[in-house]
Design a protein around this ligand. Structure first.
Ligand SMILES: [Zn+2]
Length: 465
């Protein structure tokens, strides 16, 4: 199968030029202006005139088919990766969970089983670590060396479920100094939050907004600073996931100004939504219950500046959808029982293009860098993924910068009964999406195949500060 994309404006993290792209099977094999048709005969030609051609989006933070609080996230690897493809994302890195008393091997097998035969685009896994004895340290090495699982997520929040203590964090960090892996941190002070939640419940403060009011941004700032200090003492890099507040960003910025390899991602919800959403009538605030919570609106500007100035390196989604019916409803009488998470896997590129590029907060090159190139570099997928180059995977998005879309349950494809951006009109969206040389989205239709996505064994990541 061969594919020719003509007349497109190719955008990578560093370049912006007009050329044709020829893909043979799953690989880009030629790029050039007016590729001669006798040498580059394609089974299919796509005319990208007037459109951008971007490297496929890489979402390094998704939770498909994930158990949480007595229920399971509403998208599995089939529906979730199809929705991702609609949104121009062609690779995801999801999280396998090593529960206490279980091995990482068991967790990886379990999550690969969830994805196999279902995923429509390529996928990889981080390993969530909830305990780390000596055997676990050796398993970390094996995950990095033999399984292509080169990153580990630890939690400073959710006591009794995911939270680990500083000693465990320090052990994990030190081990990555030897095996070359990367620790990703959920940085919120779980002890403080737990106290505030108990107090709120005791006082009868049970509506959704108290989810946000019991998770102050200071708790995120404190944990972010502590995580970075632990990494500094261990002499290794660290990556903060879903950074939501100015308090936390300040810690990352300070560290980077000192030359420390501290990195962080943020997510569209923290750029486009705010605490005000929790004040929506009735139980509607539950739609936005996620951790960290949405912050006051002024944090948004600070985060955008962080993205522009490279204090933040990545935009991921933390896609973890729960329906209002039967799922979010579990917490109707008690916010602490509302499953944490919201949908976003499909709307990342459109939102960031509209609110970032069109509003001139970031450049087109930076848009690609944040949504594809740096994610690939950070997590060991570059240059196979994350750029448009001869030899790279043919994961491409033909993106129409003028196409208008109204975001909402009816127009989107995530398997969830609400959308946080319902009714928002965005300009710019993918018209054709190619994954591994196969067209998966064509004229607004999914034409890919479930199960066609491949498990990606990752290298160790490399990013220069
Ligand atoms: Zn998450």
């Amino acid at each position: 199968m061969s594919l020719l994309i003509t007349n497109g404006r190719i955008i990578t993290a560093s370049d912006d030029y007009h050329a044709d792209i020829f893909c043979q099977d799953e690989t880009i094999t030629a790029i050039g202006r007016d590729l001669p048709s006798h040498r580059f005969q394609a089974d299919r030609t796509i005319d990208a005139k007037g459109q951008y051609v971007l490297p496929g989006g890489i979402d390094v933070h998704t939770h498909l088919d994930m158990p949480f609080g007595g229920t399971t996230s509403a998208d599995d690897f089939e529906s979730g990766t199809m929705a991702a493809a609609f949104g121009g994302t062609t690779s995801v890195i999801d999280f396998a969970i090593q529960y206490r008393g279980q091995t990482m091997r068991h967790a990886l097998d379990e999550w690969r089983r969830k994805a196999e035969g279902k995923a429509a685009i390529d996928y990889a896994f981080h390993m969530i670590v909830t305990e780390l004895e000596d055997a676990g340290l050796n398993e970390m090495d094996r995950m990095v060396r033999d399984e292509g699982v080169s990153s580990f997520k630890l939690f400073m929040a959710y006591p009794g479920v995911f939270m680990v203590d500083d000693a465990t964090i320090f052990r994990a960090l030190r081990r990555t100094g030897d095996n070359g892996g990367l620790v990703c941190m959920h940085a919120e002070n779980g002890g403080v939050i737990d106290e505030l939640v108990k107090e709120a419940i005791r006082k009868g403060h049970k509506s959704p907004k108290y989810h946000a009011l019991t998770r102050p941004s200071r708790a995120e700032g404190e944990a972010t600073g502590r995580a970075i200090a632990l990494a500094e003492m261990a002499g290794v890099p660290i990556y903060i996931v879903h950074l939501s507040s100015a308090d936390a960003l300040e810690k990352v910025k300070q560290a980077r100004d000192m030359g420390l390899p501290a990195y962080a991602e943020t997510c569209p919800q923290y750029l486009f939504l705010s605490y005000d959403n929790y004040e929506e009538p009735g139980f509607d605030g539950a739609k936005y219950v996620m951790s960290p919570p949405l912050r006051e609106k002024w944090h948004q500007d600070v985060l955008w500046k962080g993205l522009a100035k490279n204090d933040l390196q990545v935009i991921s989604t933390d896609h973890c959808p729960f329906c209002m019916r039967e799922q979010k409803e579990l917490g109707r009488d008690d916010f602490s029982k509302i499953p944490n998470g919201a949908p976003g896997i499909e709307t990342r590129l459109t939102l960031v293009h509209d609110g970032g590029v069109r509003q001139k907060r970031i450049t087109l090159n930076r848009f690609v860098e944040l949504c594809s190139t740096t994610p690939a570099k950070m997590f060991g997928l570059f240059p196979r993924k994350g750029t448009i180059a001869v030899g790279s995977d043919a994961d491409l998005v033909v993106f129409d910068p003028a196409a208008k879309t109204t975001l909402g349950v009816k127009t989107l494809h995530m398997r969830v009964d609400y959308n946080p951006y319902e009714g928002t009109i965005v300009e710019g969206s993918p018209s054709t999406v190619i994954s591994g040389g196969r067209v998966v989205i064509d004229n607004g239709q999914f034409v890919g195949k479930k199960g066609a996505g491949r498990f990606l064994r990752r290298q160790n990541g490399h990013v220069s500060c």
